[in-house]
Design a protein around this ligand. Structure first.
Ligand code: PLP
Length: 418
């Protein structure tokens, strides 16, 4: 069985030929409204390279069967492919495979922590500390837990440049705080938070940490074990993998102590009407048939990112970010949200006199895809006192020519709206 990449992918010290890499992404070759597509919505979801598309399709063409439920050849192949993907993702994150729960994405992963770790433990008087810049997936599950336990939510504020106020954050870590939820990288501002330092301070005070790695895993060299958190969540579709894939890494002692979140097949060792013996972690948390083909694709996606080299990816995206920001600053009436020194290639902005939805709609007519709105981060936009922004988010496969095309489109749209 060969479910690995059909293309030769070798990690190399030299930076990849980015023009060659781009050819791996068929969707980037299409036109939109008769114009060449400029896809700057990568923080929303990333495009998929051919090896990922091929591997997902090859699974259905040649190996499709359910996992762990059949002794026949296809069943064994499917199980090997699924567990192989767990191993690849674990290596990519720098963690043990038996501490990695595969699930549908970050939203599921954080809810698993909320319902399985927090709900049985928290009580009235306890505090859940959440940063101002969180995605709703790292806010709403904690609100649901707070409603049911009597715990309260405390907000760690940010500075106007979009960095976390670390002194305020550390001061907010009082003895009542039992859990801290923080993004590694903000999906709106691009800010890269110093999660290692934050988790060290939290751990010293006995606070359990949940790090949302959705926007970090695709863009930064990552060693989750070295961060020192308790839980780390990732989502496959932002990592060039299929939608409906993701994972929660957790310290072994938590996985052993936590009750299952969902019950059903796969997560049990033995069932009778007198009771059930649960499977060992991580399978205890993986009830039902998973997205097997999706995880096969995700395994190939992380191999693909590793073969490009995550240092190279980060350097390439920093170069694109610098170019994009410099050009955008030259446009009259532009306000940029998030100017931290350490940030990923995510740029939220507004243009004076133009509504963000109108901007995004007119940019789309020029072939440019950006996101507009509140980016699933209402409390963050409330802090800045705005109802919506446009967000351009770049990936390694974007080009300097696309940045020039974006700027030309932006100036055209601005003239139309102005
Ligand atoms: N957290 C952050 C920071 C995100 O950017 C996103 C997706 O936009 C999510 C969580 C939600 O992840 P998923 O799509 O896996 O539910």
């Amino acid at each position: 069985m060969n479910l690995s990449s059909p293309l030769p992918l070798q990690a190399t010290d030299a930076a990849p030929d980015w023009a060659r890499v781009r050819v791996d992404f068929p969707l980037l070759m299409r036109e939109v409204h008769g114009k060449p597509l400029v896809y700057f919505d990568n923080a929303n979801t990333a495009q998929k390279p051919l090896p990922v598309i091929e591997a997902t399709s090859a699974f259905y063409r040649r190996h499709n069967a359910n996992v762990s439920r059949a002794v026949h050849a296809l069943g064994t192949e499917a199980t090997d492919a699924y567990e192989g993907a767990r191993g690849k993702l674990a290596r990519f994150l720098g963690v043990r495979a038996d501490e990695l729960v595969l699930c549908s994405g970050t939203t599921f992963a954080i809810n698993l922590v909320a319902y399985s770790w927090a709900l049985p433990r928290l009580k009235a008087g306890d505090v859940i500390l959440v940063s101002r810049m969180e995605h709703h997936a790292n806010i709403v599950p904690w609100q649901l837990v707070a409603q049911r336990t009597g715990a309260t939510i405390r907000v760690a504020e940010i500075a106007p440049d979009g960095t976390l106020d670390l002194d305020a954050l550390h001061a907010a870590m009082t003895p009542e705080v039992k859990l801290l939820a923080v993004a590694h990288v903000s999906n709106v501002l691009g800010t890269i938070n110093p999660v290692r330092e934050i988790c060290r301070e939290a751990r010293r005070r006995g606070i359990v940490t949940v790090v949302d790695g959705s926007q970090a895993a695709p863009h930064l060299p990552l060693d989750v074990a070295a961060i020192g958190c308790d839980f780390y969540a990732v989502t496959g579709h932002k990592m060039c993998g299929p939608t409906g894939t993701g994972a929660l890494w957790a310290r072994r002692e938590h996985l052993q102590a936590m009750p299952p979140f969902l019950g059903g097949g796969e997560m049990i060792k033995e069932v009778s009407f007198d009771g059930t013996v649960f499977n060992d972690p991580p399978h205890k948390f993986e009830a039902g048939t998973p997205n097997i083909a999706g995880f096969v694709g995700l395994g190939v996606a992380v191999d693909y990112l590793d073969a490009l080299g995550r240092e190279h990816i980060a350097a390439r995206e920093q170069e694109l970010l610098a170019h994009f920001t410099e050009e955008l600053r030259r446009v009259d009436g532009v306000r940029i949200f998030g100017t931290a020194a350490h940030k990923a290639a995510v740029v939220s902005f507004q243009v004076e006199g133009a509504h963000s939805h109108d901007m995004a709609t007119l940019l789309d007519l020029q072939g440019v895809a950006v996101r507009s709105g509140q980016h699933c981060a209402h409390p963050l936009l409330q802090y800045f006192g705005v109802a919506a922004t446009c967000r351009a988010s770049l990936a390694f496969y974007n080009t300097h020519e696309e940045i020039e095309a974006f700027m030309a489109a932006l100036k055209k749209v601005r003239a139309l709206l102005g």
